[in-house]
Design a protein around this ligand. Structure first.
Ligand SMILES: Nc1ncnc2c1ncn2[C@@H]1O[C@H](COP(=O)(O)OP(=O)(O)OP(=O)(O)O)[C@@H](O)[C@H]1O
Ligand SMILES: [Mg+2]
Length: 249
């Protein structure tokens, strides 16, 4: 189980003023469950993921993995304990091939597994296995390769940051099916999906809503969705006051 205790992160803006981008977050993520994290842009989702991965360090609070305090650990130490983070904007690695990356994610991966993983993210293995992970790949292709690494790794804690971003609708549906088949109800694995996609949220066991760095709602998708709808509707009305007000159906 992953546990976040009073997690807070403060950054300094250009004027030298402090700003809390993560505010006193308490949450638990159990094995065998898929969690969704959603909320408005700039709400703190990616920052929270980076805190869990050790890319950012908290100003206050602790992070526990199976009751071990991992707060002081580096990214590579956390990776060794079984945490993986699939970036919202995946980095490119000129000079490495897709096959190399999957071998790093899962050392000794056999050819069959490698091919099936690429197919899981909608990439034809023959066309992509030997492609260089440099500037020649499109944004959507990069996202799919990032997801392929995550799937190949089958980590104890997988955090996927907007796996649907820039990816075509057909691949989103395929990814949803793969996440359900591979992660849901797997008693060893905890999966956290940061997403703005309604279909992705609906396959989650629980959804957490982050807004202004705070955890504002948590519950089943069925319980949370009406809140999200109300907030979207409210924001649209605010933005359109005096103009046309749109209704969400
Ligand atoms: N290293 C940093 N230094 C300063 N500000 C930061 C840093 N990282 C994030 N922020 C700010 O913290 C806020 C939360 O950013 P974050 O990327 O976590 O949002 P998000 O919820 O992932 O948004 P989105 O849905 O757009 O991906 C933003 O206002 C962002 O500008
Ligand atoms: Mg983000």
């Amino acid at each position: 189980m992953l546990r976040l205790e009073n997690l807070t992160m403060v950054v300094e803006n250009n004027q030298g003023e402090n700003r809390e981008i993560i505010r006193d977050i308490n949450a638990e993520f159990e094995a065998g469950k898929v969690y969704g994290i959603t909320g408005p842009n700039g709400g703190g989702k990616t920052s929270l993921a980076k805190l869990i991965m050790g890319i950012y360090m908290p100003s206050q609070g602790r992070i526990y993995l199976q009751d071990q305090d991992i707060t002081p650990l580096s990214i590579s130490e956390r990776a060794r304990l079984g945490i993986i983070y699939a970036f919202q904007q995946p980095p490119r690695f000129k000079g490495l091939t897709v096959k190399d990356l999957l071998n790093i994610a899962r050392p000794g991966i056999d050819n069959l597994h490698l091919r099936s993983t690429l197919r899981d993210v909608g990439l034809c293995p023959e066309d992509y296995m030997d492609r260089d992970v440099g500037p020649g790949l499109s944004g959507g292709e990069m996202k799919r390769i990032e997801m392929a690494q995550t799937l190949a790794r089958e980590a104890v804690i997988s955090i996927m940051d907007e796996p649907e971003a820039g990816v075509d609708l057909w691949t989103i549906q395929k990814l949803i099916a793969v996440i359900v088949g591979k992660y849901k109800k797997n008693p060893r694995l905890t999966t956290i999906i940061i997403t703005h996609n309604e279909n992705m949220l609906h396959i989650c066991d629980e959804v957490l809503v982050l807004e202004s760095g705070m955890l504002v709602h948590r519950g089943t998708p069925e319980k949370i969705w009406p809140h999200i709808r109300d907030e979207i509707e409210c924001k649209m009305k605010e933005q359109c006051s005096g103009e046309v007000a749109y209704e969400i159906r």
